[in-house]
Design a protein. Sequence first.
Lengths: 605, 114
Amino acid sequence: MSWALPLPVAVPLIAAALLVMGGAVLPRPVQDAIAIAAAATATAFALVILAASERHDVLHWFGGWHPHGGIALGISFTVDPLGAGMAALACGLDLIALVYSWTFMRRQSQTFNVLMLTLGGAMAGFALTGDIFNMFVWFELTGVSAYALAGFMVEDLGPLQGAINFAVTNTVGAYIVLMGIALLYARTDALNLAQVGRTLEHRPADRLVIVAFALIATGLMVRAAIVPFHFWLADAHAASPVPVCTLLSGAVVTLGIFFITRVYWTAFAGPLHMHEDGVRDVLVTLGVLTALLGAVVCMLQRHVKRLLAYSTISQAGLMLFGVALLDPRSLAGVAALVLAHGLLKGGLFLVCGIILVELRDIDELRLHGAGRRLHGTAVLWLLGSIGLVGIPPVGIFLGRQLLGEGASEQGFAWLAAIGAIASGICAGAMLRAGARIFLGWGAKEDDLLSPEPDEQTLEHHVSVRLMAAVAGVVIVLGLAASLVPGLEARTQLAAERFADTSAYRAAVLHGAAHGDAAAHLSFSFLTVDTASALYGVAALAIAAATAAFGLWHRRLPEGFRRLGSRVLWPPVTVVRNAHSGIVGDYLLWLSAGAVAVAAVWALTL
Amino acid sequence: MTILVYAVVAWVFAIGIYGAIISRNLIHLALCLTVTQSSTYILLLALGYKHGARAPIFKDVKLGTAAVDPVVQSLTLTDVVVSVTVIALVLALALDVHRQSGSIDPDDINTLNG
């Protein structure tokens, strides 16, 4: 199987190069077909690799530089089921976005296809690599193609501003990661993650190692859109074409979370073992802050793409605190959450594209009642929003259940409640937007919501049927993600292997394959536990309440409203002003946050 | 000596970020990013430096001759290549911003607040 590992990266990158070369001579349908075929091939290989990795870790040493006597000099792709699953999700979303764009992105389709393929290949490399400097290269390549895609509509200022904010903040994040990698190399003389982990294993964590971890983690948190590093995300989403939003929310952000986890378990779990509590406290705090702040700001948006973007931030917070619990069960929950959220959120962005084409706008208030005739689109929107509530047994439910179980085992049972509240508020905001647009419910004006400029639509000859079909498939897959028989057991087994660092090292450095790990897996159906079911129902109630409040808060009694606005308005204004859209402000938050995280860890661990 | 190197790295990184934070000009901003990035070169090269060692070219050299670490040098090269694309992209975006709005002040193009 080893030979197949580079293919999910190589196929899209080679196809991208071919499209650049042949762009002038090949007719447009041929170019589109090549792009879609390449993305489909990459997805197929990623799925094959996923199936193979369920038995044992799969490795590929580039140029045949195998480790010798337990010392790794070469660069490897090291793949376990979570990495392969991440690669499959990224490639799959890339494929879906390309099919969707067949009619949606006609102008400049050559450049668009090339950038989408580059982004897809880079994301697969990010997910598969087992070398920390190689990771940095994929981090930058993912970034650079995503920046270009975010600024794709260069005729408008909004996309340009979104792309610049995205590029500048993430580039600084990359430099912070690189600093951390350099310090780590200085301490260990190694770049292969297994080798780094082996060298650090039995040493106590000194300041250098702690600072290296802090730098790598904060740099990756910029990509993962964790408060206070999250500002770029909403700007980039608001301005990007919708297929790009699908990739940004579905895979680019979650890859940041994925690699924080990867680096922690493979390299730092040994030296930081004594300091688990300190690491956990900081990351859980940031995760909770992100989940709640993202949810609150999500509720204040009227630009629907921006609303979805803040809900992605909120979900990234959930994922971060799941990872931060540092136990396999929560990690399995995060994996299930990443899958279901990626598909559902991706699907909702694709529905936004349909709204843009049909109604020529994406602003909830301006579109009040305008979508009454779009029944199919309304159903898709409803299904996607319901999937993100996390009611049993669909959508993100499995992820939240595993996460909640893991959290209560670790003594953080309240995190399950935070998860339900955050998901509920975000889904409520989506339901509110849907009710306004498709049903014409609620007030036509709402001074709570941030004002937004117009957004131009791009195409005139699009096939809405194709777009709706693609969006429908993705949303149904996302809803079904919790129901797949055996997925619960599989993610748990995968997470246990992910956290089993010594087996990982043995596999990488000594080629020791542990026995067939997947042999005793059974196709069991999802078991819903009562507490998680109650949290799911509570999240639905919160969603309904949020939606109703958003639609009809003017009907509340006058005195109650005045009191509410006096108490809530000042903090809301502060939060809103912080999201200024000015890149300098974002960098200030970023550097303050990075210094704070590094200082807390350096002083307390 | 080594403390001095780290101090320089921190200083160069900090002034780069500071310049980017207060920047009122997108081209200036891109250059500030390059300054920030230079700190990573200094750090990488300093980590591989050895007193009295030669460049890592091993043609016609006796085995066992001390050389500086070639790995960090190739990391630096990769870093240069990767980051040049980013800077080029930011500059291209700045050009488009100027074409659209006649200004390259990030504060003037703000359409995305809140």
